[in-house]
Design a protein around this ligand. Structure first.
Ligand code: CAA
Length: 380
């Protein structure tokens, strides 16, 4: 594994950094306050090849590796965590499972427009009574001739307000628990598909989080993703990749907060000197820089493992666990360095502080990551 970025990866990082500064950053505050989903940002990101970074070019993607994907999510999240998660979900949770488990027809009809950014996707797993315990979901899929009839409710679905396509998980037999969970590719204009309340949140406020409901929604058998009963494993394998995206998002949020703290330490004077001259602030900055590097390296290691190993569950969970908790510490210190100003909306650090919090929760809480890591190290 190379720890240094390749020429191609550096070029990509610089291009996305420019795009993030020019397009995502100027609107970050506004969309955080309005909660309005930035569909035009997604369209522009798609034109740049960021909607399906690791999807082969023949299916509309950019055909790059997973470290490149991490660079994309980090650079966007550095200025706007909402923009980061919108693309992370489309890439990791929607394009990836169709790429890995879809039929040729499904790849043609769905993966290609999703990876090109012509369609937006969401991942509908979580339910009111099935968050951490994903296998406890209650949505049902009853076979009826050449269709399945889906009924159920989903919550906290990122991109849900604006998505064109949803990867939906439902059970063909509730008695059989995870062994009956089945995945479907669902066009969001299917009769019986509806949106519930838009869920306003502490942070990443414009990521289109919503409830979804399915009422006697008929989905043809050809839109089943994988076989009947394979859905839970598809969800888990997909989340392994998703957790790398969220780790990259956490690194990006922490990097953004660190940069703001660094600039403020140089410009803010107290007691007749820049506050960066004081050892207390220097120690904060030293810890932040060190933790950031550690988190970024764990994330790249997981991304490398994704491209080179069949199973990378351990590396992905470790990266997600460490970086999400690191982002809490770094954004907290960034706010502290800003003092009273950091607590106001005049500065970006309060937004970074709020945005970081979700990385410890979605795509598996820290407690779930520890369960996954323990199971892997114990060989269970
Ligand atoms: N890859 C492939 N297969 C896997 C797997 C993986 N990573 N993890 C588990 N499996 C398989 C197991 O081998 C097992 O297979 P068998 O039936 O053949 O034995 C099967 O799946 C069941 O595994 P477990 O017994 O370990 O399952 P569990 O019910 O105990 O749950 C869990 C495990 C890790 C707690 C899981 O429920 C989990 O990850 N929960 C968190 C859910 C989550 O992350 N939700 C995120 C929602 S999406 C989101 O948040 C997006 C967003 O907003 C941005």
């Amino acid at each position: 594994m190379r720890v240094e970025l390749s020429e191609e990866q550096r070029l990509l990082r610089d291009t996305v950094r420019q795009f993030a500064n020019d397009v995502a950053a100027p609107r970050a505050r506004e969309i955080d306050e309005s909660g309005e989903f930035p569909r035009d940002f997604f369209d522009q990101a798609g034109e740049l090849g960021l909607a399906g970074v690791t999807v082969p070019e023949e299916y509309g993607g950019a055909g790059m590796d997973s470290v490149s994907y991490c660079l994309v999510i980090e650079e966007l999240s550095r200025v706007c965590a909402t923009s980061g998660v919108i693309l992370s979900v489309n890439n990791s949770l929607v394009c990836d499972p169709i790429k890995d488990f879809g039929s040729e027809e499904q790849k043609h009809d769905f993966l290609t427009p999703l990876a090109a950014g012509e369609k937006l996707g969401c991942f509908a797993l979580t339910e009111p009574g099935a968050g951490s315990d994903a296998a406890a979901l209650r949505s049902t899929a009853r076979r009826d001739g050449d269709d399945y009839v889906l009924n159920g409710n989903k919550v906290f679905i990122t991109n849900g307000t604006d998505a064109d396509v949803a990867i939906v998980f439902a059970s063909v037999d509730l008695e059989k628990k995870h062994k009956a969970i089945t995945a479907f590719i669902v066009p969001c204009d299917t009769p019986g598909f509806s949106h519930g309340t838009h869920q306003y949140k502490l942070g990443v406020n414009a990521s289109g989080t919503t409830e979804l409901a399915f009422e006697d929604m008929r989905i043809p058998v050809r839109l089943r993703l994988g076989e009947e009963g394979e859905g839970f494993k598809i969800a888990m394998a997909t989340l392994d990749g998703g957790r790398i995206g969220i780790a990259a998002q956490a690194v990006g949020i922490a990097q953004g907060a660190f940069q703001e703290a660094l600039a403020y330490s140089r410009s803010r004077e107290q007691f007749g000197r820049p506050i960066g001259d004081f050892q207390a602030i220097q120690h904060y900055l030293a810890d932040m820089a060190t933790e950031l590097d550690a988190g970024r390296l764990l994330t790249w290691k997981a991304a490398w493992a994704k491209d080179n190993r069949k199973r990378y569950t351990l590396e992905a969970a470790q990266a997600k666990l460490f970086t999400s908790e690191m982002a809490q510490r770094v954004t907290d210190k960034a706010l502290q360095i800003h003092g009273g100003y950091g607590y106001t909306r005049e500065y970006n650090v309060e937004r970074y502080f709020r945005d970081a919090r979700i990385t410890e929760i979605y795509e598996g809480t820290s407690e779930i990551q520890k369960m996954v890591i323990a199971a892997q190290v114990l060989g269970n």
